[in-house]
Every structure is written in structure tokens, then in C-alpha cells.
Write a protein that binds this ligand. Structure first.
Ligand SMILES: Cc1ncc(COP(=O)(O)O)c(C=O)c1O
Length: 416
């Protein structure tokens, strides 16, 4: 099946590019002696997680217990939740601990006590890292406050095993220059390693120092004293990462295939990908990126798809199912033509539009279509989508993983 045959709007994953991103970042981490633990919130796919683990990632991160349950069901056995999970979820977390290595973060004493107590009652010990606020001002203990007091308190809680410190430099997304970004990564590492030294002075060993954000990734890999990187977005990248200098257009693996559904005026066309597909996230970055995505010029007519941004088109406004595109000068695009849109933020697009995901070959053929040609069947779709061999073909042992990926990919591509 060709892209031109797919119903739109359709989220497309370019498998070749995603694999290249995975391999490159794995290489960056490994050559710096760091463990890579990708955040799976970007793809939410057991198949993509397996691509990452098969290439050297030590495990994954999830933000939600429900996600962790799907990934554990798919056979992933090392999951970190760098999210302030409430102890009210203790029964579900304990059930996961029976099947996989699980760790969470804490940044509040009462919550930490709640977890410790729940674990003590269950006769278990939960691995935790202390989340440190390195400037994003979302979660995390204040390193300028009584951080050492917090570390000491958690280190003696009976139901917890304190593994180390963890941060997310989300403020890197607001950097105004490369130097700013480098500074964010340097300060993050300095804050964490400084705290680790202070803890060591009190006899507390913090084995892990975990950082993770795609914009600062390339700078974090140069810092001393870290043990783990947790980027998420790098698997697909997006327009924001291009604007932040973290990726090139050629690295971007997720696009939205859309159809021109109207041309009400010479300077305006309408695409069928509205806010329900592209989301209303604005691009951030060092270079300016106006609008809700970049339109890549469409089908070249030779079965190939242009990879260049059409600078004459600006996705100016979104309604739920309409993208209003302002045309500067003129465009040859007419109703019925197709384009691809590079979204501002791939994580939310892959999440909101997951049911329409498919995988691409380099030349734009839909791999999911192999499933149709070979007469349906999960094993064929698994092979076509590049699932690891253990998930291809039905066996008693792989029933759970197969079902999990089929729910995420095979089933979702059923309409193609
Ligand atoms: C705690 C945490 N770690 C890692 C990440 C991954 O960051 P990025 O999406 O910039 O790769 C996120 C993203 O939201 C996060 O919240």
C-alpha cells in the first residue's frame, strides 16, 4: 500500500528514521559510559520500546502505572516511573514488582512515608530516587533548601531503598541559545553531583544520578558524575527539537499525512488535520517556528514524498478537524492533494492519534499493508512492523507480548 492510498489524517512513523535516532542516541550514551533509559511517553509502544532495548537501553520510563502495566505485559522487565506516583496505587505497583524491576521517584516526605508504610506492610522494599528541582520548577525538592535533610529522612525509611537522584531539565525547552542549553545541562549536573557529595559526607551512598530531556541530551552526555540519560522525544523528534538544534528535519520520524479538503481563497487552504490530530501545542525553540506544524511539500508525483518544508504555507489556525493554512504567494495544492505535516510536538500527536499509526519504509510504502496483502494475521503484521522475533508467530510464551503490541499496533492498523 502506498501513502496515497491511506485514509487521512494519518500519523506516520518512519521506521528507518526512528531506528537511526535510537541507534545514534544509544551510541551517544554508551560512548559516554551512561545507561540509556528512554521515556516511553513519546511512543507508548512495546514495539518501539523493544527497538530501544534490543539496541542497548537498560529499560524504559513511564509516567503512569497503566502504561507500565502494558509494557510489563509486553515483556519489558525494568521500568522507572519518574513521576510522583501516589501511594494509593501501592497494590498495582506491588503487583508489577512481582513481574519486573520497578522504581519510582519521591519529592515529598509524606508521600515517601506513605510508600514506605505500604511496602513495609506488604513485606517489600521499593527502589526510589529523589527528584530534584534543577530549575524547571515543576516537581522535585529544592536543592537550596534542606535537601540533605530530605535525603537523610528517605534513606532510613524501612520500605524504601534509596537509589539516587533524578531530575528533568524541562526548562531547557525555553532556552534562547545553544549556550543557554549547555548551561542548563551543566547546572543540572553540578546541582546533582553536589548533592551526592553532601550525602556522601553524611555516609549516604547515592549510586544513581539520572537526568533526561531531549534538548539537553547532547550536553548532558558530556557532564561528569551522571549515570543515566532518560530522553523520550528523541525517538521521533519534532519541529520543536529542530528549532532547538537537537535534530535536523531529516531526523524527524513522525509526520501527519493530511488531505487538502478545501481551497476557499487563493491565500488559504484547509487540511483535514485539526487540533485533534496536531494538538494545539506551539513550537518552542531557539529559532522561531510559527503556527501549529510545518507543511512538507506533498507527493512529488514519482511515488516519492518531498522532505522539504513548504515555506509558503503556515498552519495558522486549528479547529478540531480543520487546519487553516495561510498561503504566501501561491500554491499548486488543490483539494484532493496530500501533504505531510511535521507537528510541533510529536509526543502528544503519537498519543492522541495512536489509532492511526503505521510504519513506513524509506520510500513511503506503508509496512502495515503487508498485513492486508498476506491476508491479515498478527504474525505477518508483527513481521511487517519490525517486531522482535519473539513477538512474531503465536506461542504460549509470547501470548502476552503479542497481544500487547497488537493492541498498540496491529489492531490499530486494522483499518488501513
Ligand atoms: C521526568 C521526565 N523525564 C524524562 C522526560 C523526557 O524528556 P524529553 O521529552 O525532553 O525527551 C520527561 C518528559 O516529559 C520527563 O517528564
Amino acid at each position: 500500500m502506498l501513502l496515497s492510498d491511506l485514509p487521512t489524517p494519518q500519523v506516520l512513523i518512519d521506521r528507518v528514521r526512528a531506528l537511526r535516532n535510537i541507534e545514534r542516541v544509544q551510541q551517544l550514551a554508551s560512548s559516554a559510559g551512561l545507561r540509556l533509559r528512554p521515556h516511553a511517553k513519546t511512543h507508548k509502544s512495546p514495539i518501539v520500546a523493544a527497538w530501544q532495548i534490543d539496541r542497548g537501553a537498560v529499560g524504559i520510563c513511564c509516567a503512569k502505572i497503566g502504561e507500565a502495566e502494558v509494557f510489563v505485559g509486553a515483556g519489558i522487565d525494568d521500568i522507572r516511573l519518574p513521576y510522583p506516583v501516589s501511594p494509593s496505587n501501592a497494590p498495582r505497583l506491588i503487583a508489577l514488582m512481582d513481574r519486573a524491576s520497578i522504581s519510582i521517584i519521591v519529592d515529598h516526605l509524606e508521600v515517601a512515608r506513605g510508600w514506605s508504610e505500604a511496602m513495609r506492610r506488604a513485606g517489600r522494599v521499593l527502589d526510589v530516587l529523589i527528584k530534584v528541582d534543577v530549575g524547571f520548577h515543576r516537581c522535585g525538592i529544592d536543592p537550596e533548601g534542606d535537601a540533605l535533610g530530605f535525603i537523610k529522612a528517605v534513606s532510613v525509611m524501612p520500605g524504601l531503598r534509596l537509589r539516587g537522584l533524578l531530575s528533568h531539565a524541562g526548562h531547557g525547552y525555553h532556552a534562547a541559545s545553544e549556550e543557554d542549553l549547555a548551561g542548563v545541562a551543566e547546572r543540572e549536573a553540578a546541582i546533582l553531583t553536589g548533592l551526592r557529595e553532601r550525602a556522601a559526607g553524611s555516609g549516604i551512598t547515592l549510586e544513581e544520578i539520572s537526568v533526561g530531556a531531549t534538548p539537553t541530551l547532547r550536553f548532558s552526555a558530556r557532564q561528569k558524575g551522571l549515570t543515566e540519560l532518560r530522553p523520550g522525544n528523541y525517538v521521533y523528534f519534532d519541529r520543536t527539537q529542530v528549532a532547538l538544534g537537537a535534530a535536523t528535519l531529516d531526523d524527524c520520524a513522525l509526520t501527519v499525512l493530511a488531505t487538502v479538503v478545501s481551497k476557499p481563497a487563493r491565500d488559504r487552504i484547509i487540511l483535514d488535520c485539526g487540533s485533534k490530530t496536531l494538538t494545539s501545542d506551539q513550537a518552542r525553540g531557539i529559532t522561531k517556528a510559527a503556527g501549529y506544524g510545518a507543511v512538507l511539500a506533498g507527493d512529488t508525483g514519482n511515488g516519492d514524498w518531498a522532505r522539504e518544508i513548504d515555506e509558503a504555507l503556515t498552519v495558522e489556525r486549528l479547529s478540531e478537524e480543520h487546519a487553516t493554512v495561510r498561503v504566501a504567494g501561491g500554491t499548486r495544492l488543490e483539494p484532493g492533494d496530500r501533504v505531510r505535516v511535521l507537528p510541533n510536538h510529536s509526543c502528544v500527536v503519537s498519543h492522541s492519534a495512536l489509532p492511526a499509526c503505521c510504519a513506513l519504509t524509506a520510500r513511503g510504502e506503508s509496512l502495515a499493508s503487508h498485513r492486508d496483502r498476506r491476508g491479515a494475521g498478527v504474525p505477518n503484521a508483527a513481521a511487517a512492523l519490525g517486531a522482535p522475533p519473539r513477538w512474531q508467530g503465536a506461542t504460549t510464551e509470547n501470548r502476552g507480548p503479542r497481544r500487547a503490541w497488537f493492541a498498540r499496533w496491529g489492531g490499530n492498523t486494522g483499518s488501513i
